[in-house]
Design a protein around this ligand. Structure first.
Ligand SMILES: Nc1nc2c(ncn2[C@@H]2O[C@H](COP(=O)(O)OP(=O)(O)OP(=O)(O)O)[C@@H](O)[C@H]2O)c(=O)[nH]1
Ligand SMILES: [Mg+2]
Length: 311
């Protein structure tokens, strides 16, 4: 049962301990929440022996081409001075990419391999995939903070070390209750939803925040979990609805998030995304967009090159 009781400092020091023991470190990242699962400290600690595993590839929209996603991740990491030895796209759910990863691990002959990454990124699910089928399954759960200590497991090539996840800074799930956090985890591949917004129109992400278009008409391709109710309205009404949090908008009787809101203005160019850590991203396809974003205070946002190519 996840209690999420470790402090971030303890999470980082346990990951550092595992990294210190290991000759190879698998740093897990979730491409549908790249901003919300990237923990740069892990790459600093694992310098020179970090390979990236892109998890939950089954949740990307079907139009995503895996080699393009890998190239995009390589570029994004490169911009931060991070150069992993390899990048493997996998799905622990359907087994995609696991044979390629296994064959790399066998060739590397690392006696100890550490699995590190943000909470809920899928470390224990990957461990279960790497272990033989008859091995005892590690605990896998949609509640973050499930693995609470180092879990060292023997396998035919040495040892695999599962670690507690690192709580990322500024991910939307920190601002909502555990039940709403679970609701935010996509069960199926993310589908893009297309919205045309006139100047002054806004799009609510359930009761979690909204984006308002400040200038010329714009078209946004919205990639957020299917459980998030999208509602188009005016900027003024959006503010009122966020305060009232009606059931039809939030999808539940829950009133979270209850803290302060933060308003930011951002310009996004065509073929760029606006990523919201823990929620998803908005892609701007035609003309530059001038947007006002209202989210719980402290949620990390990022303007970046588009993850998915235009087709
Ligand atoms: N769709 C999909 N879900 C996955 C995949 N890998 C993991 N999950 C789900 O993601 C959630 C978290 O998985 P875990 O393996 O427990 O994550 P973790 O990184 O060990 O989490 P902590 O121990 O809390 O740090 C669970 O609900 C898993 O079923 C995957 O490849 N595809
Ligand atoms: Mg775990």
């Amino acid at each position: 049962m996840a209690s999420n009781s470790l402090s971030r400092e303890t999470e980082l020091s346990l990951a550092a301990e595992a990294i210190g023991k290991a000759q190879l470190v698998l740093v897990l990242l979730d491409p549908i929440d790249f901003a919300g699962t990237l923990v740069p400290e892990l790459f600093r600690k694992a310098k020179g022996k970090a390979a990236v595993v892109l998890t939950k590839m089954d949740l990307l929209p079907p139009i995503a081409r895996h080699h393009e996603v890998v190239a995009w991740v390589k570029e994004e990491l490169g911009r931060k001075g991070i150069e992993p030895v390899r990048i493997f796209p996998v799905s622990s759910k359907n087994g995609q990419g696991i044979p390629e990863l296994l064959s790399f691990l066998e060739k590397r002959k690392a006696e100890e391999i550490a699995l590190v990454g943000a909470t809920n990124v899928g470390k224990s699910a990957l461990l279960a995939r790497l272990l033989p089928k008859d091995a005892q399954e590690p605990t896998i759960s949609n509640l973050k903070g499930t693995t609470q200590g180092l879990n060292i497991r023997k396998w035919e090539h040495g040892k695999l070390i599962d670690t507690p996840g690192i709580t990322p800074l500024g991910r939307l799930d920190q601002f909502i209750c555990p039940r709403c956090q679970v609701e935010l985890i996509p069960a199926d591949p993310i589908k893009s939803r297309l919205y045309q917004l006139a100047s002054g129109q806004a799009l609510l992400f359930g009761a979690l925040g909204y984006v308002e278009n400040l200038e010329n008409e714009t078209v946004l391709q919205v990639y957020v979990p299917g459980s998030v109710i999208l509602h188009r309205t005016t900027g003024e009404k959006a503010q009122k609805l966020l305060a009232a949090k009606p059931h039809w908008l939030s999808g539940s009787s829950c009133k979270c998030p209850t803290g302060a809101w933060e308003t930011r203005e951002v310009s996004v160019q065509p073929l760029e995304d606006l990523a919201i850590a823990g929620l998803g991203w908005l892609s701007v396809r035609r003309a530059p967009a001038s947007l006002r974003l209202v989210l719980p205070q402290g949620v990390q946002i990022q303007v970046r090159n588009a993850l998915l190519q235009k087709r």
